[in-house]
Design a protein around this ligand. Structure first.
Ligand SMILES: [Fe+2]
Ligand SMILES: [Fe+2]
Length: 247
């Protein structure tokens, strides 16, 4: 039995949307096929694969069904975290998604997933990346002076969701955790954040995050050991579509 993680598949079997780097960077060429091949090499049906957000470009569930089917067809048990692009996943509908996809996909949000004696906990998270709007091609299309204030609210809300995830596992008697965030735990200007503080409080063995694309962004946040906790980036283009073995 093994636990694996990777993020940012950005599938678009039904949607025309694509990110700028998906059109221009070699690493994205045929990435869906490469990923299936890599999974077949290392993941078996009693393994667990955590997909750390940004699964689908579909704007609603109907536009994401083929992307979710692709994920269901991968080997192992699949646990999904919400990414900033996952419009198909209305946060209020996590429970109904978990019912609809029961025994096929698990949607991790305000809950936890048991893996052996570990609880897999997590939330989307948030890091302030500047007061601009970026379109799906990565172009700056606007500027918002209130963005920093809004970012503080988002960080507060996401940290509450993370606490809820930890607490639901603690209440069920778990003492060992692996913590997942879609956004990096800190932005390029920070050494710590509410998310690293929460990691220091609950002591997960590892913090695993995604979201950062392209050489220039891979090293924006913490990698390696900090306060006895191992931090890893698992965005798909960083891992070249080979899932990282967590445990
Ligand atoms: Fe992404
Ligand atoms: Fe993202």
């Amino acid at each position: 039995m093994g636990l694996y993680a990777i993020g940012d598949l950005h599938l678009h079997f039904q949607s025309e949307l694509k990110a700028y780097n998906q059109l221009h960077d070699r690493v994205w060429k045929g990435h869906e096929k490469k990923f299936v091949k890599n999974c077949a090499k290392i993941i078996s049906d009693d393994d667990t694969l955590v997909l750390v957000g940004d699964h689908s470009w579909g704007r609603k569930l109907k536009e994401s069904e083929k992307d979710l089917q692709y994920i269901m067809d991968l080997p192992g048990r699949k646990v999904l975290l919400r990414g900033n692009h996952d419009m198909f996943w209305d946060v209020k509908k996590t429970e109904s998604l978990n019912m609809e996809y029961k025994d096929r996909l698990f949607f991790l949000q305000n809950n936890y997933y048991p893996y052996e004696d570990y609880a897999l906990v997590g939330t989307k998270g948030f890091t302030f990346e500047g007061p601009f709007y970026i379109d799906h091609f990565g172009r700056i299309i606007g500027w918002d002076e209130t963005a920093e204030e809004q970012a503080k609210k988002l960080v507060a809300r996401e940290s509450e969701r993370l606490r809820q995830s930890f607490e639901s596992a603690v209440n069920d008697g778990f003492t060992k955790f692996i913590m997942f965030l879609h956004y990096p735990p800190t932005n390029i200007l920070e050494k710590e954040s509410v998310f690293t503080a929460m990691a220091d409080e609950y002591r997960p063995e590892q913090v695993i995050y995604a979201h950062s694309h392209g050489e220039s962004r891979f090293y924006d946040s913490i990698m390696g050991e900090k306060n006895g906790i191992r931090y890893s980036l698992v965005s798909g283009d960083f891992l070249k579509w080979m899932p990282m073995k967590v445990i």
